[in-house]
Design a binder for this molecule. Structure first.
Ligand code: NOJ
Length: 578
């Protein structure tokens, strides 16, 4: 009996392995093999997608640091179980105690999806390798002094691009059953549109294969902010409606190829990023043809970006549901925080609502009539592009579940100046015109602060329970909610010199315990249908404007020898699920 189970099992594995190597080649796409290091000596080509065109695109970004190793490393053996990892000894110092003692015997719903998340630009490195095109972040980190606080770049990082097999083996050994990576659009389409880059596709074939081989289920994000630079040069990136077709073209390629192995698709990571990225891009980088040096993208770019992003998502979802008839679930990830009104006074309540409207409400069309909230329309007037009736129809119902990246909480307060502000685009608080702070009414901070690189962050685990209830209250048609990111940047971690100091990240451990306890309380007491939770991040990574010096990892990355070591918070996280 035992041996026949073994036979069936190994047969299943070999059937699975055989199926994996035959990823479908979506029809209608031309493939080339690009190499950004190989300018040709031939006469200048007129082909806008030539290899030389790629070389020239990269020349605008400037020199890129080369990878430390350029071979995909075979994994070395990992311990066979979680208990074999060196980890905190409770005899000397216990992990953090539960925040919700009443829930000791309460179980998570079956099929609760949990794991860790990451994104391509933040962990891969290999910025210019294997035919990848530059993304806007290659450009910003190299050409805009101060855009990244510590002037670090995504050139090398943790080299997940070469070490992914080891990283996946580590996840397996730690007991993870799911992982949420993103795919780099400019690795697949170096110009954003045009030919597919064969080595880029081969890379993600290998990643998906490695995940499926060890039984780790991928939840894949198609776009996590690394817009192909070429699309800025062509038309200004997400501030132009042309991007919708290009994104749909890219998305169809990836989904057609990998849907069989990917049960969860996130089209877009946090469209709210348009706020602080598109508004802040130097105008000449946002749109080299029209942008004036010294200006910034500003409010127009910000709301155009949001507009075309939601439309692009909706077009992909419509195709996925109706034409392609995908096997999984599709949505996009929102970025939003909880706002507790400072009081029941009308001005405070309105402020809380406006804080929601301008963060998550902006993208709530899938759960309403497909349009923007009234407050955005009346405040922004012509700055806010308009959806046609047909577009609204596509947006409505385009999400299979609600995904929220919810890190922290605020108190919202109104003021007598708010109404004047709403009519005054020159007011510094326009268009939100809604106050918020991370302190209670007596001024005491709402929770312990994160690292100095993340001044927006206090650990406020109780907020997630209130937030989940509020989401369901605002949009009752949401069937279920997944907390697609939560995580914490331990204060001063980057200043610590030894692993002995770094690995005991108690504030992060407390954050995870408190958050997870409150998610469970939300399910159990408030009956909110929460179906998943993803910790950010698999390991330390490039934290956008804060660069490498702010660390969010559940594993410590030594950027010299590239080793990864689980921190105490990783055991807190895993123990909770055990
Ligand atoms: C949300 C973003 O998706 C991710 O890229 C970022 O690193 C984390 N928040 C932490 O700020």
């Amino acid at each position: 009996m035992k041996s026949s189970i073994g036979v069936v099992f190994s047969l299943a594995i070999s059937i699975r392995a055989a199926a994996i190597v035959s990823f479908p080649n979506p029809p209608g796409y031309t493939t080339r093999t690009y190499n950004a290091h190989a300018p040709s000596s031939a006469a200048k080509s007129t082909d806008q997608y030539s290899n030389d065109a790629l070389v020239s695109l990269w020349s605008r970004v400037g020199p890129i640091a080369p990878p430390k190793n350029t071979a995909v490393a075979s994994p070395t053996p990992e311990p066979s179980s979680l208990s074999a990892f060196p980890q905190p000894d409770p005899a000397f110092h216990p992990l953090v105690a539960s925040h919700e003692t009443g829930l000791k015997d309460v179980k998570l719903p079956q099929n609760f999806a949990w794991g860790v998340a990451s994104s391509a630009y933040q962990i891969e490195g290999a910025a210019k390798e294997d035919g990848k095109g530059p993304s806007i972040w290659d450009m910003l980190s190299h050409q805009v002094p101060g855009f990244v606080a510590d002037n670090s770049t995504g050139d090398v990082l943790a080299e997940h691009y070469y070490l992914f097999k080891q990283d996946i083996a580590r996840l397996k050994a730690l007991g993870f059953k799911a992982f949420s990576p993103s795919i780099s659009w400019p690795r697949i389409f170096p110009f954003g549109n045009g030919p597919v880059n064969a080595p880029g596709v081969a890379h993600y074939d290998a990643v998906i294969t490695a995940l499926v081989d060890v039984g780790i289920s991928p939840a894949v994000t198609l776009f996590h902010w690394d817009t192909p630079l070429a699309l800025f040069h062509e038309y200004g990136g997400w501030s132009n409606e042309k991007i919708v077709d290009d994104f749909v073209h890219y998305a169809k390629f990836i989904i057609t190829r990998y849907d069989k192995y990917v049960p969860i698709w996130f089209t877009i990571n946090e469209p709210q990023y348009c706020n602080w990225q598109y508004a802040g891009y130097p105008a000449e980088i946002l749109n080299p043809k029209t942008g004036k040096k010294g200006e910034k993208g500003g409010i127009k770019a910000r709301f155009a970006c949001g507009h075309y992003t939601l439309l692009a998502h909706a077009r992909v979802a419509k195709w996925y549901h109706e034409e392609f008839k995908g096997q999984g679930r599709i949505t996009f990830k929102n970025s939003g925080n909880y706002y507790e009104p400072a009081s029941t006074a009308a001005a405070d309540l309105r402020s809380a609502q406006r804080n929601y409207d301008f963060s998550i409400g902006w993208f709530s069309g899938p759960w309403t009539d497909g349009d923007y909230p009234e407050s955005l329309k009346s405040t922004l007037d012509d700055v806010l592009p308009k959806y046609t009736e047909e577009e609204k129809r596509i947006i409505k119902g385009s999400c299979d579940f609600y995904a929220i990246d919810a890190y922290t909480s605020y108190t919202a307060f109104g003021s007598s100046n708010d109404e004047a502000c709403m009519k005054d685009p020159k007011n510094g608080a326009f268009p939100e015109c809604a106050g918020s702070r991370q302190a209670g009414n007596d001024g005491f901070p709402m929770g312990p602060a994160g690292d100095t690189g993340v001044d927006w962050m206090k650990t406020t685990p109780g907020g997630i329970r209130r937030y989940l209830r509020k989401l369901k209250e605002m949009w009752p048609s949401i069937p279920d909610i997944v907390v697609t990111e939560f995580g914490f940047a331990e204060p001063f971690e980057n200043l610590m010199k030894t692993k002995g100091e770094i690995l005991w990240d108690l504030r992060r451990a407390d954050y995870y315990q408190g958050f997870l306890d409150n998610i469970l309380a939300s399910i159990h007491y408030d009956k909110v249908n929460v179906t998943g939770a993803w910790g950010w991040a698999i390991f330390d990574n490039f934290e956008w404007n804060a660069g490498l010096s702010t660390r969010f990892g559940l594993q410590y990355v030594n950027y010299t020898d590239l080793t990864r070591t689980p921190k105490a918070s990783m055991f807190q996280f895993l123990n909770w699920f055990q």
